[in-house]
Design a protein around this ligand. Structure first.
Ligand code: AMP
Length: 304
């Protein structure tokens, strides 16, 4: 695996079909599954590791975001990554950009409403990476369903010659959706399982024939301790528009706060001519590599 310190350097290492996996680092099996998928489908797999300040509306959240480059490099190399791009902050957003990208509608709701500026920050960073690295394919996890919908639309609207590939959501053995932030949950971990429990209960109701959005949203709400839930909303998967009935491809997206940590999760429902299916993602059958890391070893100030 080669290291690139700028997008130009990375582009010079491109060959054949290039797959890109944009990340903020502190890897877990969710990230690694995207890298492995890219490595199996592309000639060159590039991973960007950049904690994008534009998408943090809360400076404290940015400051405690876990960072451990050494560990990330080892994991990425083992996953078949060819080029690890760690762009110089000066090349990215050390200075706030005057140009921004926002995807109307998709980027305004849910995460966009609860984290002002967050979705625009993601859209702007992804656009910059696509422009600078010119990947043939870009791999995104369904864990961030709204991000996936937004990036797919952005590529369509702006005409990037990049195919956006959505990949399965990966869960820890106890059901919690994998997130680099899970290492920060500490004593709240048990409580935080309520979010995936509620979503899995919603999936069970759906499989029993429930088609009311309010009913499955209620299952998530009921699973959570008072005050923890930001939202639980059934939306179209492509445009993230709220629905009343579970028909076509629907994402039941939810976000909740446990202590200082905010987590998001979702389940996906498909109802079409062939029948109905709930997609809960895939489960690890062992503890995540996240917990091999020494959270104290990850600079709590994030090196910033
Ligand atoms: P992040 O580093 O959190 O910005 O995530 C980088 C990429 O990994 C995004 O495309 C995420 O959707 C994806 N990702 C994060 N967590 C998971 C997960 N549990 N399962 C699948 N993909 C994930």
């Amino acid at each position: 695996m080669k290291l690139a310190g700028s997008m130009a350097e990375a582009r010079a290492m491109a060959q054949g079909r290039v797959g890109l996996v944009p990340t903020m680092g502190f890897f877990h099996e969710g990230h690694l599954s995207l890298m492995e998928r890219s490595a199996s489908e592309c000639d060159r797999t590039m991973v960007t590791l950049y904690v994008n300040p534009l998408q943090f509306e809360d400076p404290a959240d940015l400051a405690r975001y876990p960072v451990d480059h050494e560990r990330d490099l080892e994991l990425a190399a083992a996953a078949g990554v060819d080029v690890m791009v760690i762009p110089d902050p000066a090349e990215m957003f050390l200075e706030a950009p005057l140009t921004g990208v926002s995807v109307a509608g998709i980027g305004d709701r849910l995460e966009g409403a609860y984290r002002p500026g967050h979705m625009d920050g993601v859209a702007t960073a992804v656009t910059k990476l696509f422009a600078g690295l010119q990947p043939d394919r870009a791999y995104f996890g369904r864990k961030d369903a709204q991000q996936l919908a937004m990036v797919s639309r952005l590529v369509h609207d702006l005409g990037f010659p990049t195919e956006v590939v959505g990949c399965p959501l990966v869960r820890e053995a106890d059901g919690l959706a994998l997130s680099s932030r899970n290492v920060l949950l500490g004593a709240y971990r048990e409580e935080a399982r309520a979010l995936s429990r509620g979503l899995l209960e919603a999936a069970r109701l759906f499989e029993d024939g429930e088609r009311s959005a309010a009913a499955v949203e209620g299952a998530v709400r009921n699973a959570l301790p008072p005050g923890a839930l930001d939202y639980a909303e059934a939306c179209t998967a492509a445009a993230m528009e709220p629905v009343d009935r579970l028909e076509g491809e629907v994402v039941l997206a939810a976000a909740a706060r446990f202590g200082a940590v905010r987590i998001i999760d979702n389940v996906r429902f498909t109802v079409d001519g062939r029948g109905a299916a709930a997609d809960r993602g895939v489960w690890l059958d062992r503890p995540s590599v996240l917990y091999d890391a020494d959270p104290a070893g990850a600079d709590p100030a994030g090196g910033r």
